[in-house]
Write a protein that binds this ligand. Sequence first.
Ligand code: ADP
Length: 216
Amino acid sequence: MIVLDGVSKVYHGADGEVRALDDVSLTVAPGEFVAVRGPSGCGKSTLLLTVGGMVRPTAGTMSIDGSDLYALGPARRARLRAERIGFVFQLFHLIPYLNALDNVLAPALAGMHSDRSEAAALLERLGMGERMHHRPPELSTGERQRVALARALIKRPEIILADEPTGNLDPENAAAVTGYLADFHRDGGTILVVSHDDLAAENADRTLHLERGRVV
Ligand code: ADP
């Protein structure tokens, strides 16, 4: 269970203070699929990064199954993140000099339980069987996003946090990625996805609308 209680985040930028999240309280049940929508700059990415343990709130608490993420030390917070959360970003963040297979295995280097054959099977399932020995610069945008998805799934996370995972994709690849997220949800996974794509919202149990850092 993900629980945000009175979470605010204020950034101190070059143009002064920006209140990216403003007193957000929210509960996401295990196995729930929540879509987050709202205009650009309303705080969607900040919300996702806060839930993922990467942006410390200015006020309020964020907990997963009762442990307050930001009360943990950095090492324990990183471990919880590595063990339980998979991230899928719009800009993939793949390692350019590793091939697809090794990119999927990259989190496994941090001691996670996975191996090459598992990574290969996952890429196969995502329709990347023929391309797994290619490096990111040799892959299409849709293929890169599937590698990023496989990299998140290989850890068998309970929670997937996805920020515009279909943002750069053509309709066919977008539908494929949305389909894999729906499969993850069907198998009991919890998903928080930021998306402009109606497909994602259609698959979600619930849509959360953000406006100027507030849930509306
Ligand atoms: P969204 O994902 O909905 O576009 P963001 O969470 O990225 O919104 O941003 C919310 C607000 O916070 C925006 O006004 C943005 O410019 C600002 N912001 C985001 N990250 C930072 C940062 N690191 N420093 C300063 N301002 C930021």
